[in-house]
Design a protein. Structure first.
Length: 330
């Protein structure tokens, strides 16, 4: 029995590696194709300023997408990340402007706010066995209300108190972008190289099997939502640093962009499959698409239609690719 196991597993391993390589190549081809297309349509697109602008605008989206990747892999969803971003930024601004706390302490309070929101979402969903869609939808409204209360429904201008996070650092790249890339690497490592990552994939694939194997999925689910909330809090700091203000309306609708980036990267909405690296490709694709459409003068309705179509096509292609892979394994 022991000798047969490696022989049984070996054909699947190269197949999985080929599938992953194919996904990387496909996402890279889409990204390069979009850059070439917009470069041919606008003389200003293929410039250093354009790419620096894209790089320095995506950190908040990227770090939230890292957390959302784990949430979708466990077959959950978190619609509250945009509101958590706003509340975390609001608490940080209030701590600096109203409570006269130091910037590091204020930033920690903002991060803890995100962590608390994510923990509540995960704990309520697990304790009452409620769909995370419903719980996070309720949190979306409640947390947004909290952001309005903390800011008195007004934008709070923090000036350059935390602007260092978004300031040009290496070659015009901000520290926030570097931090986002590091978190992508850490997230991918945790997902693919740790026991926790294997548990996350196992829960999304077959939660009952994990339970029968002696693994309690409840704390793992709560941790995943808690970390996602923490990363949304970090995104709030990043956005406040870039805008030098905390807006109670910040992040409205950004949860859809986050989910879109994760789905474009090939993470399954049904759970059990995903990659943080691929998610980062999804973030880049959305950012390039938005920047390119803006430069070619597309209207807001047109941009929404095109972005939505790209998301739907990406899901269809990924579904077809997964079906082919399943047939080969069968």
């Amino acid at each position: 029995m022991t000798a047969a196991s490696p022989a049984t597993a070996s054909p699947a391993q190269p197949s999985a590696l080929r599938g992953q390589l194919g996904t990387y190549l496909g996402l890279t081809a889409v990204l390069v194709g979009m850059i070439a297309l917009f470069g041919s349509m606008s003389e200003y697109f293929l410039t250093r300023d354009t790419f620096l602008s894209i790089a320095n605008e995506i950190p908040a989206l990227a770090v939230m997408a890292v957390g959302m990747t784990f949430v979708l892999i466990i077959a959950g969803i978190d619609l509250s990340v945009g509101s958590v971003l706003a509340l975390s930024a609001a608490v940080t601004a209030a701590a600096i402007l109203q409570w006269k706390l130091s910037v590091p302490v204020a930033a920690v309070l903002g991060l803890l706010t995100g962590l608390l929101c994510g923990t509540v979402t995960g704990a309520v969903s697990v304790a009452w066995r409620l769909p995370s869609f419903i719980v996070s939808l309720g949190m979306l409204e409640a947390v947004r209300g909290g952001a309005y209360l903390v800011t008195d429904s007004r934008t709070q201008y923090v000036g350059d108190a935390i602007s260092g996070l978004a300031a040009p650092w290496i070659g015009g790249i901000s520290a926030a972008f570097v931090l986002a890339v590091l978190l992508v690497v850490v997230g991918q490592t945790v997902l693919t190289r740790t026991v926790f990552g294997r548990y996350v994939v196992g829960i999304g694939t077959n939660e009952e099997a994990m339970r029968l194997a002696g693994v309690d999925p409840r704390p793992i689910r709560i941790i995943v939502f808690a970390v996602t909330g923490l990363l949304a809090g970090l995104a709030g700091l990043m956005q406040s640093a870039r805008l030098e203000a905390a807006d109670p309306n910040a992040g409205v609708g950004i949860e859809l962009q986050v989910i879109a980036a994760v789905v474009i990267g090939g993470t399954s909405l049904m759970g059990g499959r995903g990659s943080v690296i691929n998610t980062f490709f999804g973030v880049l694709i959305i950012a390039v698409l938005e920047a390119g459409l803006a430069q070619v003068g597309a209207s807001e309705p047109s941009k929404r239609i095109i972005t939505g179509a790209v998301i739907v096509v990406a899901v269809i292609i990924d579904t077809l690719r997964q079906r082919r892979a399943d047939r080969r394994l069968a």
